[in-house]
Every structure is written in structure tokens, then in C-alpha cells.
Design a protein around this ligand. Structure first.
Ligand SMILES: Cc1ncc(COP(=O)(O)O)c(C=O)c1O
Length: 447
């Protein structure tokens, strides 16, 4: 019997997660394991840090034993995350993000993963007809997180080919309408701008002067500024040895800037929304904890809080992270994680560069951005997709495809290295075979 229309128009519009979702299901059903499933799929395409699994499971067990209480069985003491978690988060942010104004628990709204926070922030700030600027390439999931339910469009702006993405101020200044074919001819009012620092997919830390440039640009064009800093504590650049140096000199949170003082021009901090979460730096995608900080817009926080029951963090995740963020072991945890990221990164970076692929300099995060265009003779999007399909179907290796990040030209891939070494080596071995990537005399690094 026909019921007429089956689905809403809404659900059929917007970004189609297609390729990624299908691959995700296949990998989940047939994951490679050196002894129990040696013929399985090697997943090097998901942005996750699997290098801290043992430690996190151990910490979680202990936290649940000592901290879970009957209050955790109710809705708790706040609908938008427990007071306990917000206090722990404020303490963590004050220590690790060096905010110029101290973060208070009331400045924070938490939800079940950062994707959720982005969806709710977009719902709260923007109308469906509006656009949000973002530098290309950009994290593919933003199309889902910002746009899927809210109707807004990300307006991609590019940097000139072969220029490192972050050496200039936002291109939006020069091309406020965006360059994407899909966006041509659309008359959207641009009301926001996204900064992703450290950046997905390139793994670059954005220099302080450019973070400042984004703030200034947002102010001058009356835009909401969304600074996604989910990889903030995964900076591993080899040159910085001590944690203090990394914290002090390398990564600059937008929270750290006294924009008015540094630019000599006004800056309304109510437009600044900083995003963070536990998924990446703590290797805890599955715990689903997203964090949004706004220090100067109580009305925005009130409106977000009104929706938070839709995506409240579950009590066990709240219990575990309240304990971890306040624990004395925290700095050791982050230090070990960074060191493991650095070792895995160096291995993969060398592996690709001695095979003649152009590897982007990467400072942070669990993945690396590699240009295999020249090496494989890729000149079209179809060729890029064909290599990707061959790798997945013949080689049973999944890496991420540049096109999904709106990269500037075909041939880029994002490779996750934060997986157990045996998995990594198996994946690289299969790539060598399928892609014919033999060691070449030409070793290439992108500056
Ligand atoms: C830049 C960025 N923002 C947000 C997210 C979403 O994170 P979560 O797992 O907390 O939803 C991701 C996940 O890959 C990401 O890379």
C-alpha cells in the first residue's frame, strides 16, 4: 500500500555522505587484523587517533569504578552537560589553550560530539539561505555538519595552486563570493567564516598572524567566526621539544588573542565561537563529546542550551572525561600521544617522499596530505577516483579522496597514520603494490 510520499524533502536535500558511508560500513564489517583477519580492509581514511587505546580504556575503567554515582542515572545537574564536566573543561582550556580571558564553565556548551555542536550552532546562528566562507581544501564532514539539516552553503575559497594554504590572509577578502562551480550564480548572503586550526586535511597549524587576520576580517565584514580547534593538543612538530614550547609558540587558539590590542581596531568577541572536542586529541571518537566556547554572548549560550537535550553527553562519557581532564596524568597522556603521533607521522612522511610523492608539511593531527598527482599521472577527477577505487577494491586499503575535501586539483589523498604500526605497514605495503609506488631518486617535500 502506498503512503504517498515516503520521506521529507529536507532529508533528500543537502550533502550525500554516499561514498564515505558505504566504505565505512565495509571497513567496520571486515577490519584488518594481523592474526585474526589478515585479509581484511586496512582503514587509513578515518580521522582518528588509535595510538592511545590501551591507556584510555584503563583510565576509563578506573574512572567508572571510582566516580560513577546514582546522580549519573538521572538527567544530572544541568541539561547541557554536568557542572562537574564543565568545571573540568574550563580548567583544561585555561591551562592548555592559554585564553587571554579566563574561560568559565558558563561559557561552555557541550554536546554528543563536535558534529552535533556544529549542527546546533548553525541552526542557532544562520538562516538556510545564508553562506559561510571556508578555505579549500576543507574537512569533508563540514558539508554534513553545517549544511545537511540547516540549508546553509559552505562557500569554498581557494589559494593559488602550489602556494601553501596558510601563507596568506583569507582569500575571502579577495573573492567574497567563492569560486566553486556550484556556487557560481548563487546570490547568498555570506554571514560566517570557518577557520580550522590545526587544519583538516593538511595537518597544518595556522600561524598566529593569520588567526588574527581571520578575527579582523570577521569584524570588518560583520561575520560570525567559527574556529574549529579539535586537533589543538595533537601538535607534534619535531622541532619543538618541550610541551611548554609547543603550547606557547606553535598553536594559537583564537581564545588567546586580544584582538583589539593587537590590531588597534575594535573586535566584538560575541561573534567568536571556538570549537573543541575529545574525539581527536584523546583518541575518543566513540565517546561523543563536543565542546563549544563563547565568552561574550550569553544569549547565544542560552539559545544553544535550549536545544541541548537533543544531544546531551551520556553520563559514562561525562564521568570518564571529568576524571581524565582533572587528573594529574593528563599532561603525560597528551605528551605520550604526541610522541606516538610524531613517530608514526615521520614513518609515513618518509615513506611517501622517497617514492616521489609530494608530502605536505604537517604539524598536527592523525593524518597527512599527500599529492600523488604527478607520481601517478593523475590529471582528472575521474582518474583520481579510479585509483581510489582500485586501492579499495583490489588492495583493500581505504584512504581519503582529495575531491571530497574540494582540493584545488586532482591527485591529493589524505592518509591516516595514527593506527597500530602493523596495520600501517600492511596498508603501505598494499599501496606500494597497487599504485606501483617504488622508491625513486626524487624525494619531494612541500615547503
Ligand atoms: C575538523 C573537524 N571538526 C569536527 C569533527 C567532528 O568530530 P566529532 O567526532 O566530535 O563529531 C571532525 C572529525 O573528523 C573534524 O576533523
Amino acid at each position: 500500500m502506498s503512503t504517498g510520499r515516503s520521506f521529507s524533502t529536507r532529508i533528500q536535500e543537502g550533502a550525500d555522505p554516499g561514498l564515505y558511508t558505504k566504505a565505512f560500513v565495509k571497513i567496520a564489517n571486515d577490519p584488518y587484523h594481523p592474526s585474526s583477519n589478515p585479509g581484511g580492509i586496512v582503514g587509513l581514511g578515518v580521522a582518528e587517533n588509535l595510538l592511545m587505546g590501551e591507556e584510555l580504556v584503563d583510565l576509563s575503567r578506573r574512572a567508572m569504578t571510582s566516580n560513577l554515582s546514582t546522580q549519573d542515572l538521572s538527567y544530572g545537574d544541568d541539561l547541557w552537560g554536568s557542572k562537574r564536566l564543565h568545571r573540568a573543561l574550563a580548567g583544561f582550556l585555561n591551562e592548555w589553550f592559554e585564553p587571554y580571558e579566563e574561560v568559565q564553565p558558563e561559557h561552555i556548551i557541550t554536546s554528543a560530539g563536535l558534529s552535533c555542536s556544529i549542527d546546533q550552532l548553525t541552526y542557532t546562528l544562520f538562516n538556510p539561505s545564508e553562506g559561510i566562507l571556508i578555505l579549500r581544501p576543507y574537512y569533508a564532514g563540514f558539508n554534513r555538519d553545517f549544511c545537511k539539516r540547516n540549508g546553509v552553503k559552505l562557500v569554498g575559497v581557494t589559494h593559488p595552486p602550489s602556494t601553501p594554504s596558510f601563507q596568506r590572509r583569507p582569500q575571502a577578502e579577495e573573492q567574497p563570493k567563492g569560486e566553486d562551480e556550484e556556487e557560481q550564480g548563487e546570490d547568498r548572503e555570506v554571514r560566517g567564516i570557518v577557520l580550522c586550526n590545526p587544519h583538516n586535511p593538511t595537518g597544518r597549524v595556522v600561524p598566529r598572524s593569520i588567526v588574527l587576520g581571520y578575527c579582523d576580517f570577521a569584524q570588518r565584514h560583520d561575520l560570525q567566526l567559527i574556529s574549529d580547534e579539535i586537533y589543538a593538543q595533537s601538535v607534534f612538530s619535531s622541532s619543538e621539544s618541550s610541551m611548554h614550547e609547543i603550547r606557547g609558540s606553535k598553536f594559537t587558539s583564537a581564545l588567546n588573542l586580544d584582538v583589539e590590542k593587537e590590531t588597534g581596531r575594535p573586535f566584538n568577541r560575541s561573534r567568536l565561537h571556538v570549537l573543541y572536542g575529545m574525539s581527536k586529541d584523546f583518541g575518543a571518537n566513540g565517546f561523543r563529546i563536543g565542546v563549544l566556547i563563547n565568552q561574550d554572548n550569553q544569549e547565544f549560550i542560552r539559545l544553544m542550551a535550549g536545544m541541548s537535550i537533543f544531544s546531551k553527553i551520556s553520563a559514562p562519557a561525562d564521568v570518564i572525561f571529568s576524571a581524565l581532564l582533572s587528573s594529574e596524568y593528563l599532561s603525560t597522556y597528551l605528551l605520550i600521544s604526541r610522541e606516538r603521533l610524531r613517530v608514526a607521522h615521520d614513518l609515513v612522511e618518509t615513506w611517501f617522499s622517497v617514492r616521489g610523492c609530494t608530502v605536505y608539511r604537517c604539524d598536527a593531527g592523525p593524518f597527512l596530505w599527500v599529492d600523488m598527482g604527478d607520481r601517478l599521472g593523475i590529471t582528472t577527477w575521474e582518474e583520481e577516483a579510479q585509483w581510489h577505487t582500485r586501492l579499495f577494491e583490489e588492495g583493500k586499503v581505504y584512504i581519503s579522496l582529495g575531491a571530497t575535501y574540494k582540493s584545488e586539483r586532482p591527485g591529493y589523498f589524505r592518509i591516516t597514520f595514527a593506527v597500530p604500526e602493523s596495520t600501517l605497514l600492511e596498508g603501505l605495503g598494499r599501496m606500494e603494490k597497487i599504485l606501483g609506488l617504488r622508491i625513486s631518486s626524487r624525494s619531494t617535500h612541500e615547503p
